[in-house]
Design a protein around this ligand. Structure first.
Ligand code: C2O
Ligand code: CU
Ligand code: CU
Length: 460
């Protein structure tokens, strides 16, 4: 077997000058593991988010963010995962259409990886794009403390960007001294969730990245937050959406404002200003105000041959057979009449429901019934109905949906693994149930999934 070891030295994004970013960890690969493309270790690691303080984070490979894992479309990748946390965990590969054994859900797809144990993840990503990974155990705390990372699947044939910039968006639940604040509060869990006070992009507030003048730049936004919605805007410079949640759009869409719930991604392409010393300011819209998220600054050798934004090649998704599709209804509700907090002040873990059922939790000996059982190879249309006054990014493991329509807006058909349902919105998605297994199906606002908004479907 050939020993291939992908370069993961250096920071995030190859060749990227990190102007504001002295704190990125130097990644080192252990020489003891020559048979894997990557070694991924989850471990406690103090980091400096607020200058002069220490945050007792849990990180991948010793710092935040870990350099992205880079896979290639259609090629096998192997990752030796090592759990060096004080508790069990797993790794889930969000958005990748891979076999159930690699899906990283404890009990449903694999036993939890205990402290000190290793597990080998090995799969061949069929789709190119921007994906991410995270544990599927004790998610509020494990993701909240920093266990989130980017996995980028490069297109089978190069697509010609001069610069590729992964941007992990995360608010940290920390106080001024760097210590963690609670990841949840009952009142917020029954609304939009508990937002962390410290906003960051790649672990830094308002970072500045330098790009060559005239460069064709691919920005990969990843909302890896537990709770927060981001609305990405680049008001003063032309930019185009080229992929939504990892899936290329048919034609680049001019970026106005694009809302991303937890779990969602966005690929944006732009041509950097031709002159040196220019700034492109990237914003987060909150209501009518625009806040700085990060900036790009042109510096260095200019790129003189003209660059143009083009569509990415489509991914090989199976085509839904809409004429033969079976329609299934999923209603996302809340137990409005139930007090969210018990007399003891503890949260009610069965507040949010899918088709009147709240997630009961799961153990090796007790796996709840699926929300639905699907026939392998058949096309399904899921009618997702949000009858709550809050928005929910609804995510299905193992598949990519084709979004057909909404009762609130019109758009070109697109593909996604996570649909953001606005309040009282109904969205129809179609997909071919071509991947056998038991697949989690949940809201990606972690407090919502932890208080009921989670289930799974079986495909057989
Ligand atoms: Cu990011 Cu169960 O998912
Ligand atoms: Cu997922
Ligand atoms: Cu939700």
């Amino acid at each position: 077997m050939p020993i291939s070891r992908r370069a993961l030295l250096g920071g995030i994004g190859s060749g990227l000058a990190l102007a504001a970013c002295a704190r990125l960890p130097q990644m080192t690969l252990s020489n003891d593991h020559p048979h894997y493309d990557y070694v991924l270790t989850a471990e406690p690691a103090p980091i400096e988010l607020i200058p002069g303080t220490r945050t007792p984070a849990w990180c991948f490979n010793g710092g935040f963010p870990a350099a992205p894992i880079r896979a290639r479309q259609g090629r096998e990748i192997s990752i030796l995962f090592r759990n060096r946390l004080p508790e069990p965990t797993t790794i889930h590969w969000h958005g990748l259409r891979i076999p159930i054994e690699m899906d990283g859900v404890p009990f449903l797809s694999q036993p939890p990886v205990k402290p000190g144990e290793d597990f080998v993840y090995r799969f061949t990503p069929p789709d190119a794009g921007t994906f991410w990974y995270h544990p599927h155990v004790n998610s509020l705390e494990q993701l909240g403390r920093g266990l989130v990372g980017a996995i980028i699947v490069d297109e089978a044939e190069p697509v010609g960007f001069d610069q590729d910039v992964p941007l992990l968006l995360k608010n940290w639940h920390i106080q001024d001294d760097g210590g963690f604040a609670p990841f949840t509060s009952p009142r917020a869990a029954f609304r939009m969730g508990t937002a962390g006070a410290y906003e960051s992009v790649n672990g830094i507030q308002n970072p500045s990245y330098s790009v060559p003048p005239g460069a064709l730049v691919r920005l990969r936004f990843l909302n890896v937050d537990n709770t927060v919605m981001y609305k990405v805007a680049i008001p003063d410079h032309p930019a185009w959406i080229i992929a939504i949640d990892g899936s290329p759009v048919a034609k680049p869409i001019p970026l106005e404002q694009h809302e991303m719930g937890p779990g969602m991604r966005l690929d944006v392409a732009l041509v950097a200003p031709a002159a040196s010393g220019k700034t492109v300011s990237i914003k987060n819209a909150k209501g009518r105000l625009l806040f700085n998220l990060l900036e790009l600054k042109t510096a260095g050798e200019p790129i003189t041959s003209p660059r143009q934004v083009a569509a990415l090649p489509a991914n090989p998704l199976p085509k839904p057979d809409l004429a033969q599709a079976e329609v299934m209804n999923f209603v996302f509700e809340w137990e409005g009449a139930v007090t969210p907090v018990g007399a003891d002040g503890k949260p009610n873990h069965r507040f949010w429901t899918i088709n009147r059922r709240a997630w009961e939790g799961m153990s090796a000996t007790n796996i709840p019934q699926p929300l639905a059982t699907l026939e392998l190879g058949k096309t399904y249309i899921f009618r997702l109905k949000n009858v709550t006054p809050h928005s929910h990014p609804i995510h299905l493991h193992g598949f990519i949906w084709t979004v057909l329509g909404s009762n609130q807006k019109t758009f070109e058909t697109f593909h996604t693994d996570t649909v953001l349902l606005q309040k009282n919105e109904q969205v129809e998605v179609a997909f071919v149930a071509d991947n056998p297994g038991r697949w989690m199906y949940h809201c990606h606002v972690i407090e919502h999934m932890k208080t009921g908004l989670m289930g799974y479907i079986t495909v057989k």
